[in-house]
Design a protein around this ligand. Sequence first.
Ligand SMILES: [Zn+2]
Ligand SMILES: [Zn+2]
Ligand SMILES: [Zn+2]
Ligand SMILES: [Zn+2]
Ligand SMILES: [Zn+2]
Ligand SMILES: [Zn+2]
Ligand SMILES: [Zn+2]
Length: 1792
Amino acid sequence: MAAAQSDRDLPSALCSEFLNFSAKDTASRWLAAPELQQEVYHHLALYVPRILCLGPSRGSSSREEQREEQREELACQLLLLAPLEWLLLGEEPASGLALLQEKNLPSPLCGHVFKVGEPTYSCRECAADPTCVLCMQCFLGSVHKEHRYRMTTSGGGGFCDCGDAEAWKKGPYCHKHTPTDSSRHSQEDPVAQLPADMVARGYSVFSIILKYAVDMLTWEQEDQLPEGLAPPEREDTFYCMLFNDEVHTYEQVIYTLQKAVNCSQKEAVSFATTVDRDGRKSVRYGDFQFCEQAKSVIVRNTSRQSKPLRVQVMHSSVVAHQCFALKALSWLGQVIQYSDGLRRILCQVGLQRGPEGENSSLVDQLMLNDSKMWKGARNIYHQLLMNSLLMDLKYKKIFAIQFAKNYRRLQTDFMEDDHERVVSVTSLSVQLFTVPTMSYERLQCDYVRDDHDREFSITDLSVQIFTVPSLARMLMVEENLMTTIIRTFVDHLRHRDLQGRFQFDRYTAQQAFKFGRVQSLIGDLKYVLISRPSEWSDQLRLKFLEGLDAFLELLKCMQGMDPVVRQVGQHIEMEPEWEAAFTLQMKLTHIISMIQEWCSTDEHVLIEAYRKCLNALSHCHSSLPDGEQPISLTLAGHCVETFRYQVSQDKVSIHLPVCRLLAGLHVLLSRTEVASRFPEQLPLGELSPPLLIELPLRCLVLCAQVHAGMWRRNGFSLINQIYYYHNVKCRVEMFDKDVIMLQAGASMMDPNHFLMIVLSRFELFHIFSSADCRKRYREANKDMVQQNNTLIEEMLHLIIMVVCERYVSGVGQVEPFDEVRREIIHQLSVRPMAHSELVKALPENGNKETGLERVIDTVASFKKPGVTGRGLYELRPEWNKHFNLYFHHYSRADQSKAEEAQRKLRRQNGEDTALPPPLPPPLCPLFGSLVNLLQCDVVLAMEGAVLQWAVEPSGGCWTESMLQRVLHLVGMALLEEQQQLENSSGDDDVTFNYTCKITRPGEAPSTSGSVLALLESLQNAPHLEVHKDLITWILKMVVNIKTMRERTSSTSTVTISQGQGLEETVRDKDKAERKRKAEMARLRREKIMAQMSEMQKHFINENKELFQQSLEELEASTSAAAENSPPSLEPSCLSQVCVGPRRVIGAERRQLVTCILCQEEQEVRGQGKAMVLAAFVQRSTVLSKNRHRNLPDPECHDPLFMHPDLSLGIHTASCGHIMHATCWQRYFEAVQLKEQRRQQRLRGHTSYDVENGEFLCPLCECLSNTVIPLLPHTHSPYPSADHPSFELWLKTTHQQIAALRSAHRKQPDDVAEGTEPGAPEGFRVDFTPQNPFSSSINEMITTFSMSTYKVGLKVNPNEQDQRVPVLIWSTCAYTIQSIERLLMDEEKPLFGSLPCRQDDCLSSLTRFSSACWTAAPLTTVHTHFIRLLSALVPDSRVENTPCILNIDMFHLLVYSVLSYSSVHSLDQSGWSGVDSAHLHLLYLVTVAHLVQILLTSTIEEVCMDQDSGESEEEELTCKLYNTLRNHLGSVLPEVTSGWQLCHSVKAGVLPFLRAAALFFHYLNSTAPPADLLVAGPGQWESLCSYLSLPSNLLQLFQSQHTLLEPLIHRWCCHPGVRQTLQGAGVIIRFPRVSNRLIELPEDYSVLINQASSFTCPRSGGDKSRAPTLCLVCGSMLCSQSYCCQTEVDGEDVGACTAHTFTCGAGLGLFLRVRESQVLFVAGKTKGCFYPPPYLDDYGETDQGLKRGNPLHLCLERYRKIERLWRQHGIAEVIGHAQEANQTLVAIDWQHL
Ligand SMILES: [Zn+2]
Ligand SMILES: [Zn+2]
Ligand SMILES: [Zn+2]
Ligand SMILES: [Zn+2]
Ligand SMILES: [Zn+2]
Ligand SMILES: [Zn+2]
Ligand SMILES: [Zn+2]
């Protein structure tokens, strides 16, 4: 048995007993017992406390804990569960279960329960509602993957709906779950498939275990157990159990625990994490006294500010049984997976009514105790409910009823409970913010990222039940669910004012929290209503209308809430609360729309609902305060009765949901057949139209007055309310409905009366009614006039909207399709937009659809994005004619932008700039009389008045907007008349007669002319140039209409060609004039441009803001500059050589540079003023071939030999901007001072770290941390003619070294004697070369040296350290190497393709490196040279020389060349130049590199026949290889193919040669050969000749055979070589493959899936909340969480930051998978987010995964990120991002 193998894992005391235990025997004993439950309980009572919860594990390590858990798990299985399995199955469990599964005919439901973060898919075409989701597997096998789908990540819980025919309109089954013939018929009882005895045993086992679990989980006593479970012997062992709540923060809990149970911070964090995750955790184990003491400390410490943390001291046996109860529930869940029959049995057992009658089944007990249980327990039983009841179609229904019955009580418990809803049985949506704050930000937040996203992934049960249409219908009919939910909701909002309306005063956090809870009910209501019924039963009608009654009660409580009164004189003292009311309105918006949709499907219901709503409204009106004075108004010969009411003085509220619902229903009625056939049957007449319009009108007037600035003293609260009133989230059920209500009212009233009431409410009546209304009085003060002007504009706009807004089906004769299309046209008229912007601008319905996709392609064309930016939609030109300047959803800003854009477009097309009203669609019959507003007397009077005012150019009594609106109204009237004429057969049925009316002269006493006459006189008014085109259009229309009228009346076809001719000449004239104007504009522009460029020439620091170029622009411009004038790159036809005595001397020219700070020119001279280049030095692992190597210890690291794995390098970059050293110092001091002052004022960071020497380049704001001094050549530009042989040079150098060595050994004062014996002639060890540089340059040399030293080693500056020069050489070599790699991989030529700034940087860096030895003590540099040389020419007196496999040869070359100068400086003999030495060093290093490559090459023998015989090169290669084999023997494999060897050697050595060419090019300023200025083949030869090398490199070895043989022998004999080759340590092979970022999958969901199965490595299999992928090495990390914090340099940092220190030397690139966001971090304090390389089909990224469109990898963008990394540009990007966005600076990046 299994127990035998695992005995050592069990606690030894129990061992023998456990070994003898037989599950089979126990089961048969139970079976024989008369009272099964007693037997089982007895067994549990005996074993459970002995197996589980035996106190804290003895070891404290997590491994120990894990072992302990495994032990428990095993014992549980063997001793407790195995007997139950035997009992249930009657046979060996493994085979029994297998048999069950085999016989099971599963239902076609998938039912996969989602993990947190797992991807879920919904089909936007086929899903019944957005809560229907598929798991990834089902999705991939379904038809929907070809449809428009949406992808989200699950919040955990919830299950896959595959196989549920109700959830999908089409394709309910995936490939795997398609029912086959053999699958069970859904009606069949699966229990019948099981053997009878098993059924019987099943019932008894399940009921015992389920009851046991329910009893234990709902058990409330702390040290007693239920009957029959008391342990045989009771010990004094207790747990101090800490419970979770949503009140205390992590920090509070951690702090308290440290105090109470005396644990370390680390343990406390671990406790707190577990409490947060599982809902409870024991924090102490021991006797009662011991635990009680901890409890009292915790309670005492947390009770001060709020209610104390919940702590219980529980007996260990109670805890053990609760623990086993959970295991038992999981076990049940597993067992029923094997058989649908067993599942049904469990369902029956669970729902069986208990002895207490109603609501007493075990499931009821669990549900009703839900709020009392801890999180871990809830999770497990919710899972079981999902696996059992919700997976069984029959019992799902019964459970649903039970759930609905308990609904009210559950919700009430939930309100009082302070746990998250996710784990509550009523849970609805994952509550991201545990304490929702009711702030403005939160609303904003809702607006932009709104919690809908979570709806897919909802974990809770109501979503599983209520969204199933058949279940929802049933629950509505049988359990009156709709009413229940609404009543429960209303009950919980208890704060009311005197009129019974909701009153939301300032909320405390606690209240806000509750309010947040209450809102979840709205979510449930939404689920119930989400799908409209296709068929209505009488019963459903009844219950729906009953629900509507309850809903109207709710709306009545909202009608008129939060009223405002205009504040005069003083500013408001305290901003009134407004967010709560708007949150409620926002949440209800979809519900209100859905209720209307329901009504629209049944005429009877609709009419009934209309009646009810009308009733409710009259009820509201009756409660309006009386005492409004009746008045009568007279204007233009009409008279109307109304009452006195002024928005500016009385109370007004923006919340009118009852009116608005009625408006919605009115529109629906208008769509019905009844409306067109029997309008008298409609219940219209019960409320008078003036009352209908009253409240919406007040609200609109309020908005107008706010715009006019009349409510300034009422503060932001009101401004916010007005904002949301018009906002896309609210407007459908607010602003839009108010306009509709005005339309409805106006269509039922005399238009003159309607307009007079409007005028009166706008408080403008006196202006238009006064006797001389056409001459506005001017005596009033200026503010008042301005106010009135705005009000008149707003009022005219409102009239335009009332007549013109006909794109709601029911108002106008349109389809919903047209409405969306019109919105899109108007959005795109402002500017081209991205898909997401359009989606945001359109209202969503309850299914999160905007209808955008259906129409977008008909009106717009799509433009794909480039490497940056996003795809944009552009309006097709044919739709421009639908543009309406007074579109009701435009804000004033939108309107003016759209106007500008449209006028510009028209000018570009050579058209006139009139923007006349578009042709509106016809009205529905119920709204038909609206058009009369356009031609009624009052409107004509208003038009006349405004036109009359406009005659006078100045005065400020009218505005152009006013005039423009009037012209628009006139235009609309003319269009209407034209339309009617076109549609009519004869003149008689045309009721519209505007053209006639406008010829009437103005009313007495005004003597001015008719409207038409006024228009004609205005046409040529010079001050109305802008409106000229529109007036011309109007007059043309008038002419056209007259013609039409004449034509129809005379019925003869009159040709109107004459008119057309006239028109044309007018047009030509217009055109000519426009052309003249355009020309003038062009000249003006050119003048301005010239001025601008003049100004730009004078850029200096003061106006650097102008100069904020992005990185790329900068690069582009500088590289362009490089192309134009490559300073030292003139290629020549001569064979160029860059090293050695034959090197071609670069034309020595004076180098003149300009300081960017003072603009002075300066020559670069050794003795001159120092000039510096802004530079940034950073550690780099970009080239690393070994990311596992630990960072070196800064104190004792010896950097002299770079390992070929290049695991850590120092990179230097520069923006190429040059300054005087003194100018820079002054600038940097100013920066420091500013920083000090800033720090005194406020805490926080800047984007750069001044203390670490960082600053921004004063010109381009590029992040810098040091400066490189510009240096001229130090050594003679003329190479000496003598070139000693290699042998001689080596010999002399040895002598020199010997002399140096003996000199070093002596005291310095002894050396005064002169030449050492044995030293070569002319070599003076005591010579002190003259320092070639001025003191200011020397100072800068030290500055840069120290920066490199500091950054490279992470140490404090120390000028005495011997390593200083080495680090400078190192950054020179590393920077060249990394640039060589970039050029290679981007297939750019080696020379001439670098941007200027890199070219300048390399050049100054190389020159600097070659001169830096002058600042260091000579002996130091000599010692370095001696050691470096000894690596190649072994020297017994030098110790610890690494073997050649552990040396990067390019670094060695650079170091030895640069350090040689110091030796050479002592040689006064002039017998050989420094160039000869360089060449010999190059030869020597090259040979060593060849050997290195041969040693590490792995030739796979391919046996290619080489017919052509071997070339000399191949022969030599083989010879060398065989020499090596002679030394090393079988460590090297045998290779016969010389061709292959030769090939791999050439490939391996190429990067070295290229880097060397770059190095010597910059060192000696030699022009490169023409061949190397272009990319492509043929480089080898030129490269070799440029380096003065034979093109057959092996000749180097061959020609110096005798000298080199012994060296090679000694290299190979180094013990390190053999060790490395035999597998100790990493072998680096050449050429080193360039590092790339990891491969990413094409489909983003693959990543999500990968991340969802990633568990936190620290907290035992827990899901990570923010899985984050390192793009450099591919590690997945658990970011942004307490569990994975580690200490780096004495500070706790998150997983990402910690990872950067091992993977990227402090710099990292990550992909935050859940957020779809790239994260860059540098060091502990800097970071930024970067757009991810994943795009949706609309060319947009989805940062935060809010939209859910499928995302695919955009390779170009990923390559761009990769390039940034390889160019070492990440730190710079972070700098720029932080500079541009200060909020980034405040983020605690180190916690990510
Ligand atoms: Zn599935
Ligand atoms: Zn499936
Ligand atoms: Zn589909
Ligand atoms: Zn200067
Ligand atoms: Zn710069
Ligand atoms: Zn973790
Ligand atoms: Zn990594």
